[in-house]
Design a protein around this ligand. Structure first.
Ligand code: PLP
Length: 416
């Protein structure tokens, strides 16, 4: 099993900007990865280099040719990284914008029927389906997620899918509970009943955890937000199948029919995705003997998962002589204590202490977490649990057990 040992963890941490400090706050532990992961140093350098380039793509000069080469390389890199079965990658304004665009075009192109999603989904997907199903004369059906486990199963989709399901949406990982969804199993369940359904996946919260396999998923769209997978803010990335590509979409008259991009592309955005893919490849080569590129990505994903499980296990069950969250009487953990679907994230509530104060007190001890409120972002998960808020503690493979220990030390007092 691929593992990140302490020596390798140091090398991993060296590759990320601001790994243990904030320019404003000074030293800090970063447990807010679900809000935006750390940025690779290579991404910082690449972004600066491309910001200086005045040239545009599609011109007959060497500067322009190089930009086109870099864009094409990034698309090839992402295809191997995510094991894409054909189709295409392109960038848009943000993850939200791309989810809206993919869902809009799928709804408008699919004809009357059902648009099927789940209550686990982020409002980006739910809102897009709500609006575009109405405009397209379809019915939007939401499958209730399981409150106890904080996820939704393939069986739940099986119970709801009908032959007239034209568009279906899947959330890969919840940013509130931290639990993953078995996308391949859900997609199989949908296709068993509605084989031609357009299936669109929100991979935004999952991407930093590795282990993406678009061939296995057999879906039509997969969206990520690069700043949540070690790149930077300012754009989103989508993969779409050949089938989805072929649907009518916003495009310039007489322009290339398959082009889903809107206007001039930021070459630097693409170039940073090659940096991200390069990082996963490097990590895979450190934790395995694999020589095949795809095998390195698989190994990197396994190592990331193992490291994140070690971190969440330490947080929940304790480390050294520090009790874990599960042993703290006043603490409730969303999705249960031992949940195999957990991806690096622990959301919790402390009885008698408002979540906003928990986040504040942790912050005063230089531990950055995040308050989730029962608002339009997280109410779908928190309200059925009778919670007005929770504290989201989101880790990534570059975090250490020592950081978790510091967190538990702080929590011991906060939840006393
Ligand atoms: C699962 C999920 N989907 C969608 C979004 C929206 O992403 P963005 O703000 O990058 O558009 C987020 C952001 O937190 C998310 O976690």
């Amino acid at each position: 099993m691929a593992q990140i040992n302490s020596l390798l963890l140091e090398q991993v941490r060296d590759r990320f900007a601001q790994v243990d400090h904030c320019p404003q706050q000074g030293p800090r532990i970063f447990f807010e990865n679900a809000g935006g992961a750390l940025t690779l140093n290579t991404v910082v350098d690449t972004s600066q280099a491309y910001a200086a380039i005045p040239d545009n793509q599609g011109r007959e000069n060497s500067g322009s040719h190089e930009l086109v080469r870099v864009i094409n390389k990034a698309k090839e890199d992402m295809a191997v990284f995510m094991n894409a079965p054909g189709g295409q990658f392109f960038v848009g304004e943000s993850g939200t914008e791309l989810l809206f665009r993919l869902i809009m075009n799928a709804c408008l192109g699919a004809g009357a029927g059902v648009v099927l999603g789940s209550t686990l989904e982020h409002p980006a997907t739910r809102s897009a389906c709500d609006r575009w199903a109405r405009i397209s004369g379809q019915t939007h059906v939401l499958i209730p997620h399981d409150d106890a486990t904080g996820t939704v199963t393939a069986e739940a989709y099986t119970a709801a899918v009908t032959p007239d399901t034209k568009v279906a949406t899947i959330l890969h990982t919840s940013p509130v509970t931290g639990m993953g969804v078995d996308v391949a199993a859900v997609s199989q369940a949908i296709r068993a009943v509605a084989p031609d359904c357009f299936i669109i996946v929100d991979g935004i919260q999952h991407a930093a955890h590795g282990r993406i396999d678009l061939t296995a998923y057999n879906v039509d769209g997969y969206v990520v937000s690069p700043y949540k997978v070690f790149s930077r803010h300012g754009y989103g990335v989508a993969w779409i199948s050949g089938r989805l590509t072929g649907l009518e979409h916003n495009a310039l008259i007489d322009g290339p029919a398959d082009n889903w991009e809107m206007g001039t592309r930021d070459t630097g955005a693409y170039a940073t995705m090659s940096d991200v893919v390069g990082y996963f490849e490097w990590l895979g080569s450190q934790v395995s003997d694999a020589t095949d590129r795809r095998a390195k990505f698989v190994a990197a994903g396994e190592a990331i998962h193992a490291q994140e499980k070690a971190l969440t296990d330490a947080m929940i069950h304790g480390t050294g002589n520090l009790p874990g969250l599960a042993e703290m009487e006043k603490v409730t953990i969303l999705g249960g204590v031992d949940n195999p679907a957990r991806e690096g994230l622990v959301s919790l509530r402390v009885a008698g202490v408002p979540s906003v104060d928990v986040v504040k007190q942790l912050n005063e001890q230089c531990i950055r977490t995040h308050l989730r409120k029962a608002d339009h972002y997280s109410g779908n998960v928190l309200t059925p649990l009778g919670m007005d808020s929770c504290v989201r503690v989101s880790m990534c493979h570059y975090n250490s057990v020592a950081e978790v220990a510091q967190f538990l030390g702080a929590m011991k007092t906060i939840a006393a």
